[in-house]
Write a protein of this length. Structure first.
Length: 277
């Protein structure tokens, strides 16, 4: 009789211990982390259908793995992107095609988080609100016209041997860092190395060139910048063409292929090498 009583008392006690253990385990489980916030179109309002991208480096934003792209923002512009703890550079884009990937074209929207980089801490979702604006230039798919414009940049690209470079692209950036997608792009140079980039607005721009377009520059590949000043900068004032903006190519000195931190619960994978977002 005593054994039956002890057995009867042991069962609920064991269940209680299991329940406590389960609760303790659940409390020890780490909550998610990442970024969340709202996307706005500059001077308009909330932006739906926008993808938010997290890059591990400012030099990586043409080959981001799909796992570091958010779902499209809701009609009120809200979004959430799960990320492992770490430091990220955040960009938002909305393409007319509706795709999260591919080259940007005139009419697409893009914006960078002004306080980049953002640090994601364990168990927290950092608030990241981003403003995007419409790309107003002849961008990527139509960068070459009008070649007789009275606004733009003109010059010659030279190879390492000092001769005009055939097949070089000149990239004009709005950002001093000159990373990611350029604002304006030249047609590939011919045998004479000469180029023209149509730039519709006055302002400060930063100029670089390479022999191929797309992806991160690889260490050793032919690459050059406008080097008449330390910032590689030119200034366009109103309706004018900046002439004589010559660039000499040389081996790119840096290795920018960096490992991408894995996201919790997902297998690590090598970064995509094709031009992505």
């Amino acid at each position: 009789m005593k054994q039956k009583l002890l057995y009867a008392l042991a069962i609920p006690l064991a269940l209680l211990v299991c329940a406590c253990a389960s609760t303790e385990f659940a409390q020890k489980e780490k909550p998610g982390s990442g970024i969340e916030g709202q996307v706005f179109i500059k001077n308009e309002g909330a932006a739906g259908g926008v993808y938010v991208y997290a890059y591990d480096s400012p030099y990586n934003d043409m080959r981001v793995p799909t796992k570091l792209i958010s779902k499209q923002s809701a009609p009120d512009g809200t979004y959430r992107l799960d990320l492992a703890p770490g430091t990220y550079f955040i960009v938002a884009r909305r393409r007319t095609s509706g795709s999260p990937k591919g080259y940007l074209v005139k009419g697409d929207y893009e914006g960078k988080y002004p306080a980049n980089p953002i640090t994601v801490k364990p168990g927290r979702y950092e608030k990241v609100n981003i403003s995007i604006s419409r790309l107003d230039g002849n961008f990527l798919l139509a960068p070459y016209i009008p070649s007789d414009s009275n606004k733009g940049v003109r010059g010659t690209v030279y190879g390492e041997d000092g001769k005009p470079a055939d097949g070089a692209y000149v990239m004009v950036y709005k950002d001093r860092e000159m990373v990611g997608l350029p604002a304006y792009l030249s047609k590939a140079t011919a045998a004479d190395g000469r180029y023209f980039v149509y730039v519709p607005k006055a302002g400060a721009y930063y100029v670089a060139a390479r022999l191929k377009y797309g992806g991160v520059p690889r260490k050793g590949e032919p690459y050059g910048t406008y080097d008449k000043n330390k910032d590689h900068m030119i200034t366009l004032n109103g309706n004018e063409v900046a002439s004589g903006i010559d660039i000499k190519l040389g081996p790119f000195p840096f290795d920018l292929i960096l490992p991408v931190p894995p996201v919790k619960g997902q297998p690590s994978s090598a970064p995509a090498q094709n031009p992505a977002p």
